[in-house]
Design a protein around this ligand. Structure first.
Ligand code: NPQ
Ligand code: MG
Length: 360
């Protein structure tokens, strides 16, 4: 799917989204899941073709074995998938399709199932690294005019203090502002990053490498801006460890990164128990992944606006009914399961390959 504009982060520039969708079908119903892996392993070690291979070779045989024994539930599939190390995004896509199928069959929405306490969620927007500060200010002005209630600036060495200062000077101290480095710094940059302190950012997201929890704990003691982990939070246990170490005081929850919505809810619960607020991250999802994220973001400890933007932030035409901003909020779907389905005509137009894997 073509993006409305190139999206540049510290790890690269994306022009399109290569989307892997999983459809689970039963005689009664169907369910959908979106794999959030990128086409290249730049955000995490997973990538789309690798995820497809893992699903085909290792995950679906586990589902088939459970189905054959008459034992197929989402919780049992999650437990069976634990035998396969890693690959949380591949696992999440299959588990989400199974969960959607079972919720649609039961007539229950994702939000009700997960424990949503809100009918809509406040929407933030992630703004890529731009060719110039004036171009960035134009983009931020457009998003604020659309109603986004929080701005996140992607940063990297050479694009950090100046863009933050320019956005604060132009739009004032009132706007909710945060930054995301996607692992682009080292602990040696601590004194430089401390120069962001005067700008009263909500948080700095993942400044250091994914496996550098101690570095984040040290950095958190050297800067005033709260440190928020994204890439490092690979499970509820990893979240508990990062909190115990003082490496994170806010957590970005991404269901794909932690292996699905059940584990994402556990991350939410662990953080809530420690008094650590969470917010819902984004991976440029189509309406399928976006629907589930918006439902998750309606849980009680999601107290900061997430990267749960409207569909048109990324796509001129989404594959589902588009998610739209209403007064800075996105409505939580209340229909059975995800509450949205892909439009068959749009899907047929953009599909490059399909593979059907019968379980029996
Ligand atoms: C983040 N997302 O929080 C990610 C990173 C990211 C909304 O900032 C294609 C697929 C391109 C997934 C670019 C946001 C992507 C991507 C960035 C994820 O770190
Ligand atoms: Mg991030």
């Amino acid at each position: 799917m073509p993006l409305v504009a190139p999206f540049r982060t510290s790890f690269g520039t994306e022009h399109d989204r290569d989307v892997l969708l999983v459809r689970a079908a039963s005689p009664e119903s169907e369910g959908w899941g979106e794999c959030v892996a990128m086409s290249e392993p730049l955000y995490s070690s997973e990538y789309v073709d690798g995820a497809a291979e893992v699903i085909r070779r290792f995950l679906l045989p586990e589902v088939a074995a459970l189905a054959k024994a008459g034992d197929l539930t989402v919780a049992r599939a999650e437990a069976a998938f634990a035998r396969v190390k890693g690959h949380p995004m591949a696992k999440a896509s299959v588990l989400t399709a199974l969960l959607d199928l079972s919720l649609r069959t039961a007539g229950l929405s994702f939000g009700s199932y997960l424990g949503a306490v809100r009918a809509s969620v406040p929407a933030g927007v992630s703004v890529g690294i731009m060719p110039s500060v004036p171009a960035l200010l134009d983009a931020v002005a457009t998003y604020l005019a659309q109603g986004y209630v929080r701005i996140k600036l992607k940063i990297e060495p050479g694009w950090d203090l100046a863009p933050v200062q320019a956005v604060r000077e132009r739009f004032g101290d009132e706007i909710l502002l945060q930054v995301d480095a996607n692992t682009a710094y080292t602990l040696a940059d601590a004194r430089h990053l401390a120069r962001l302190d005067p700008f009263d950012l909500l948080l700095i997201e993942q400044p250091l490498p994914e496996d550098d929890l101690r570095g984040h704990a040290s950095l958190a003691r050297l800067i005033r801006t709260p440190v928020c982990l994204d890439e490092s939070i690979t499970s509820a246990r990893a979240a508990a460890d990062a909190i115990a170490l003082g490496a994170t005081s806010v957590v970005n929850v991404k269901p794909g990164r932690v292996g699905g919505y059940l584990e994402a809810r556990r991350v939410h619960d662990v953080c809530a128990a420690s008094g650590v607020p969470v917010w819902c991250g984004g991976m440029l999802e189509t309406g399928i992944g976006r629907a589930a994220n918006v439902a998750l973001a309606a849980l009680p400890n999601f107290t900061l606006p997430g990267d749960t933007s409207a569909s048109d932030r990324y796509f001129a035409r989404d594959i589902t009914r588009p998610f739209v901003l209403e007064d800075g909020h996105v409505a939580v779907p209340d229909g059975p399961g995800l509450g949205v389905t892909p439009d068959p005509d749009i899907l047929a137009e953009i599909t490059t390959a399909t593979e059907w894997l019968p379980l029996s």
